[in-house]
Write a protein that binds this ligand. Structure first.
Ligand code: CP
Length: 348
């Protein structure tokens, strides 16, 4: 396993990833009674450039209950905003390389969330910020969601799927785009999940309107992994075709990459983005849609969900909803990640 946790869905072998998934599920059974000192004396710095409920609360809770210390730093106000050289402003920003060196001389890991506006919505720019931290940090850097990947979410998703479906090889997962009144959501969640599910050999249908395709590099990697694991990756632009027969339906919104700027400082094509969304208001999970999926199929969403837009209350609050188990598993997934990075012996 890499010493950083930046893009494990992309870079870890299927065998290593599935071993970590097993370890996370086992660690969950021991938490908290037998994991009390697993991170004793460890300090992690948390930098959130974007809002968060689950990631922030679950990381802090898990770290505290395993004896560690969380220090949350607001990159916009509490500190000089960490920036790449081309975006530096005197006495307002501080070079990421310097921030990483300083923090890694004090503590044991640096965890960062950054996507969207703080990186000018240029696809990949936020991930490059995390890579810049990693290049200069002597301690592990943890991706808490960037514009390309959300590996903590994907690990929690995979834990939930394993708990619900057992062995995942050949199990039918639909990852679908869904309508939202806001376009401001990165592609990180579907991309990480697609790669993780491919490692587990799942039968994956990726459903989205034609203009909402994912990063071609991620698609290529998913197909390459599928060739090794026996997974199937099928793409459809028909919502109901995607859901039909699925054992798990993971439907959420994401932005259209084609309408994001390619250079820092250029604007998002908001009108084109909004038009693309409004053409597909019917991509919403309701009870009829769930009936098309297999018997006992579950509905998944990383949350926060746009109720009434991505999904109806009836579905998200109903018996087929697995979303709160998913949210609870964020704690356990990240406990395993922190333990693996900072005290791997305790995961054995
Ligand atoms: N799913 C997720 O990452 O939730 P938060 O944005 O609340 O952290």
């Amino acid at each position: 396993m890499n010493s950083h946790w930046l893009a494990p869905d992309m870079t870890m072998s299927a065998a290593d990833y599935l071993a970590l998934l097993d370890a996370a599920l086992a660690f969950k059974q021991r938490y908290p009674a037998q994991t009390g000192a697993a991170l004793q004396g460890k300090t992690i710095y948390f930098l959130f450039y974007n809002a968060s409920l689950r990631t922030r609360s679950s990381f802090q809770t898990g770290l505290a209950r395993m004896g560690g210390n969380a220090i949350v730093l607001d990159p916009h106000h509490a500190i000089y905003t960490p920036a790449l050289p081309e975006a530096e402003i005197p006495y307002t920003t501080e070079r990421i390389a310097d921030v990483a060196r300083v923090l890694s001389s004090y503590g044991d890991a640096i965890a960062i969330r950054m996507y969207g506006e703080p990186a000018g919505w240029v696809y990949g720019a936020a991930h490059r910020h995390l890579e810049a931290f990693a290049r200069s940090s002597r301690v592990p850097v943890i991706n808490m969601e960037c514009d390309r990947f959300h590996p903590c979410q994907a690990l929690a998703d995979m834990m939930t799927l394993r708990e619900r479906l057992g062995d995942l090889a050949g199990r039918r997962l639909c990852i679908s785009w869904a309508y939202s009144g806001s376009w401001h959501k990165p592609v990180a969640v579907p991309q990480s999940l697609l790669l993780a599910a491919a490692k587990a050999g799942m039968d994956i249908t990726l459903a989205h309107p034609a203009s909402f395709g994912l990063d071609p590099e991620v698609m290529d990697r998913a197909r390459q992994v599928a060739g090794q694991t026996g997974a199937r990756v099928r793409v459809t632009h028909d919502f109901l075709d995607g859901v039909n027969g699925a054992q798990a339906v993971y439907a959420k919104s994401w932005c259209c990459l084609a309408h994001l700027p390619t250079r820092h400082g250029d604007p998002v094509d908001e009108r084109a983005m909004q038009r693309a969304f409004e053409r597909h208001r019917d991509w919403r999970v309701d009870a009829d849609v769930m009936r098309l999926s297999g018997t006992d199929a579950g509905y998944l969403h990383c949350l926060p969900a746009d109720r009434g837009q991505e999904v109806t209350d009836e579905v998200i609050d109903g018996a087929s909803s697995w979303v709160f188990q998913q949210a609870a598993n964020r704690l356990h997934a990240q406990n395993a990640v922190m333990a693996r990075l900072l005290n791997p012996g305790c995961l054995a």
